[in-house]
Every structure is written in structure tokens, then in C-alpha cells.
Design a protein around this ligand. Structure first.
Ligand SMILES: Cc1ncc(COP(=O)(O)O)c(C=O)c1O
Length: 460
């Protein structure tokens, strides 16, 4: 007899070690999905406004991807990495073409995002003969040992206990938090780049293999960089012979209105890592795209990387179907149009709500910056307060409104599947509005720090 939702949830609590949480807590049992919606065992329709972990870019149960997986399963589920398969070869070519075949050549497929970054680090060190990898504090690159150490947010702490060498953190261009005005964006860029260059010197520019960044920081609050920042980092890389690695695991595959997020800027990285949206999570897959120069290097040198499931046949079949869908249905154009509509609404929320300090958005990649006080910009929840107000707001959305999303610290993300329509947004966004009103009401009871100031407020 089929299990009930309650039984599934109870077994989850008993047998599943829950990621990034204490084990034994309740988990909502999910039965199925269609388009932007998930369905639980009580028949509730849940609007997925975060594309799960910002991976279900084309929504749930898209027939084109499901059918491709079924067809591949009937033919062959898996061939070892030493074999050439149609699914793997064609997907690699498509990804190189999307990135730009004039600059990129080869793909190393991985199982997901963390091991894509892990391998990108090894490749960068091998290619340059240098050790240090520069990463930013507000970043997440995955949960394996190297990727964790590369990550900046608190999820790296457990991995740092045993350690992995050579990771240097630098400060993000988190302009709102630091107190910059929008009008001074270019000045902010110069400031952050100046600090970065200074730090490169302190670490020894000849020791630095790569600067590895999310093209736009995702989980830590959709930090769209100030104008000229990415171009400035590229210039520093060129100046000191450092590789630029763009982590596109979350921001890639049309999320920002470009197939790769770095394509929003006037740069070309040396290495790209990807996962999530390449298959929309239907089957796990990730990868590392290498420039022609790096690809050529590994024609004469052994690539000391390998995974049993590199280029997994079922996953590549899913990837081919997903990539075809993005391109054939002009998903990037749709994202730009619907994203502009979402952005307009989010900007209205900044005017309307005392708790919304800023809305950051590009394509369908967006987050609210939640504050206690707009004047001082004091964050609603300080770094590392997991059970604070924002978390309660997210639980409220899920449990009372059947809207699923996520957020870290003082940010609340809205990153729906890229196929969402304006009509669907019209139905769902008022629920966010109501929850923001609820946060506004709680602000009266929240203790503010009378001495809180941003870094720029101190300077001024
Ligand atoms: C930017 C970024 N890089 C890497 C990862 C790790 O990917 P995975 O969980 O597939 O290993 C994530 C996951 O959220 C991510 O957001």
C-alpha cells in the first residue's frame, strides 16, 4: 500500500540526515510537480518561487526533458567516461557554442556544482603552477572540501576545521550594505578594485592561480556588481597572469536573461563552471568549460581529474533537451520581459515597505534586502542568525500561503522558474506583499542598534 504524506514525512525525520540543519525535523512531503507548481499529499498547490534551489529553471516535469530521459534510459543509461556517446558529445558542443567557440573549447563534465568548482580549482593550479585561489566572503561554491573552503559564507566553517590550503577571501562589492549611494556606483567599483589589487599584492600576485567568483552572487543575496566591477577584475587577472573563474552554477542557463550570466558584462572568463540549470535538476549534472588555451595545455599534460559518472549519459540527455528548450523557446527574451515586470513590482515594494531597503534584480534573479531601519541600513537579521525574522517570514510563506522560496541572513529571494508568466506573478506576488507587511509590523518590536552605521556613513 502506498505511504501517506504523513508517513513519508515521519520516515524522513527518522532516516534522513538533513542538509545544513539539525536532523529529525519535519519536512513537507512532496508528491509531484508541474510547471511552476509543486503538489503535496494533501492536494495543496505550492508556487515554487525559488525554482527549488534555483535549479528548476524550466519548471517541473517539462515533457521535453522527461521524454528525453525516458528515451535515453530505453537505449542506454550510462557509459563510462572513456566512451564517446551522442548525448555527451552533443551537449559539450552546445555548451561550448553558447559560451563562444572562438574562446572556449572543452568541457569536463562533473556530477554537480561543488565538484565542478573543485575540478576548476585543480585545473587552474595545474595550468598556472600557482596555489592561491581568491574568493569572496559572500559566496557559495559547494559543500565538498575544496569548494567549501572556496566558499565565503558560514557553510565553510566546518570544512575549515581540517583545512584546505591556499584560499584567500576578499570583500564583495556589497554596495547597499556598505552604504554607497547608487549615484556613486563607479566610485564604489574603483574602491573595491583598489582593495582587491592591494590584497593581491599582499598575497603575492605570482602566487595567485585564480580569482573565482559567482558571476553574480546568488544564495548570498543576488549581489549585482556595480558598473565596471567585473571588467575591472578581468583587467587585474590579465595584469597579473591570474585566471578568472566564473561560477555559473546558480546564475547560468538563462537565469539573468543571458545563457551565461557573465555575458551581461564586457568580459570573457578563462574557466566557467556550471550545474543546476543545465538539466534543471531532473538528473544531476555539472561541468567545467575551459578556454582554448587551457584545453590545449591538456593535450600535452595529463588532466588529473576524473569521476565515474563524468558525462553521465542520462544526465547529458536531460541536458541536451534542456539546452534545446532554452534556445528554441527564446527563454532569455522571455526572462528579460517577465523579469522587467517583476523588477517594477519589487521597486514598488521598496517604496511601500519599511523593511525593504533595496530590491536587486536582473532577469528572474532577484532578492529583497531586509532592514530594521532604512535610514541606517541596519540589517533585519545579522549574519548567521538562522531563526530570525526573515526565516519566520519564509516559513509563513510556505505554510500559510503555499509559496516556496528561500533567503540567507537578511535577504529574501524571488527566483521563479523562467517559464513563469506575468499572470502567474499577478496571482502570487500579493502574497509576498502581505508577508512584507507582516515583517513591517514586527519591526515595532525589534530592537535596533542606536549606534549602527554603514562603512560609508563612517567615512562621510
Ligand atoms: C554558485 C554556486 N556554486 C556551487 C554550488 C554547489 O552546487 P551543488 O550543490 O550542485 O554541488 C551552488 C549551490 O547552490 C551554488 O549556488
Amino acid at each position: 500500500m502506498a505511504l501517506t504524506g504523513k508517513e513519508i514525512s515521519q520516515m524522513h525525520a527518522q532516516y534522513i540526515a538533513q542538509s545544513w540543519s539539525k536532523s529529525g525535523g519535519a519536512a513537507r512531503p512532496i508528491k509531484s510537480g508541474k510547471g511552476i507548481y509543486l503538489y503535496d499529499y494533501d492536494g495543496n498547490e505550492i508556487a515554487d518561487m525559488s525554482s527549488l534551489l534555483v535549479c528548476a529553471n524550466l519548471g517541473h516535469s517539462l515533457p521535453e526533458i522527461v521524454d528525453a530521459i525516458k528515451a535515453q534510459a530505453d537505449q542506454l543509461c550510462f557509459a563510462a567516461p572513456c566512451y564517446a556517446t551522442e548525448a555527451k558529445s552533443t551537449l559539450a558542443k552546445k555548451i561550448v557554442d553558447i559560451a563562444g567557440a572562438d574562446h572556449f573549447q572543452r568541457v569536463l563534465f562533473t556530477n554537480a556544482g561543488a565538484d565542478a568548482n573543485e575540478n576548476a580549482i585543480k585545473i587552474a593550479r595545474n595550468f598556472t603552477g600557482r596555489t592561491k585561489i581568491f574568493n569572496r566572503y559572500r559566496s557559495y561554491h559547494g559543500a565538498t572540501l575544496g569548494a567549501s573552503n572556496a566558499s565565503g559564507d558560514w557553510r565553510r566553517f566546518a570544512a575549515e576545521l581540517g583545512g584546505a590550503n591556499g584560499f584567500v577571501k576578499f570583500i564583495d562589492p556589497y554596495t547597499y550594505h556598505d552604504g554607497w549611494d547608487k549615484a556613486d556606483e563607479e566610485k564604489a567599483t574603483k574602491y573595491y578594485l583598489h582593495l582587491l589589487e592591494e590584497q593581491l599584492h599582499y598575497e603575492g600576485t605570482d602566487n595567485v592561480a585564480a580569482i573565482m567568483m559567482e558571476s553574480i552572487t546568488g544564495a548570498n543575496g543576488v549581489l549585482v556588481p556595480p558598473k565596471g566591477y567585473m571588467e575591472g577584475v578581468r583587467a587585474l587577472c590579465d595584469k597579473y597572469g591570474i585566471l578568472m573563474i566564473c561560477d555559473e552554477v546558480m546564475a547560468g542557463f538563462a537565469r539573468t536573461g543571458e545563457m551565461f550570466c557573465w555575458q551581461n558584462f564586457d568580459i570573457v572568463p578563462d574557466i566557467i563552471t556550471f550545474a543546476k540549470g543545465v538539466t534543471c535538476g531532473y538528473v544531476p549534472l555539472g561541468g567545467v568549460v575551459m578556454s582554448k588555451e587551457i584545453s590545449k595545455y591538456f593535450e600535452d599534460h595529463v588532466l588529473q581529474c576524473g569521476l565515474t559518472y563524468s558525462g553521465h549519459t542520462l544526465a547529458c540527455a536531460a541536458g541536451n533537451a534542456a539546452v534545446d528548450y532554452y534556445l528554441d523557446h527564446n527563454i532569455c527574451d522571455h526572462v528579460k520581459e517577465v523579469g522587467a515586470y517583476l523588477a517594477e513590482w519589487e521597486d514598488k515594494m521598496v517604496e511601500k515597505h519599511a523593511c525593504v531597503g533595496e530590491a536587486r534584480h536582473i532577469g528572474l534573479f532577484s532578492a529583497f534586502e531586509l532592514v530594521k531601519d532604512k535610514e541606517t541600513r541596519e540589517p533585519l537579521d545579522f549574519y548567521g542568525c538562522p531563526n530570525a525574522l526573515k526565516a519566520q517570514a519564509i516559513a509563513k510563506l510556505e505554510n500559510e500561503y503555499n509559496v516556496h522560496t528561500y533567503g540567507r541572513e537578511n535577504t529574501l529571494s524571488i527566483c521563479p522558474p523562467l517559464i513563469i508568466t506575468k499572470e502567474q506573478l499577478d496571482e502570487i506576488l500579493p502574497k509576498f506583499d502581505e508577508v512584507l507587511t507582516w515583517i513591517d509590523e514586527q519591526l515595532a518590536t525589534v530592537e535596533k542598534d542606536p549606534n549602527y552605521t554603514t562603512a560609508m556613513a563612517i567615512v562621510k
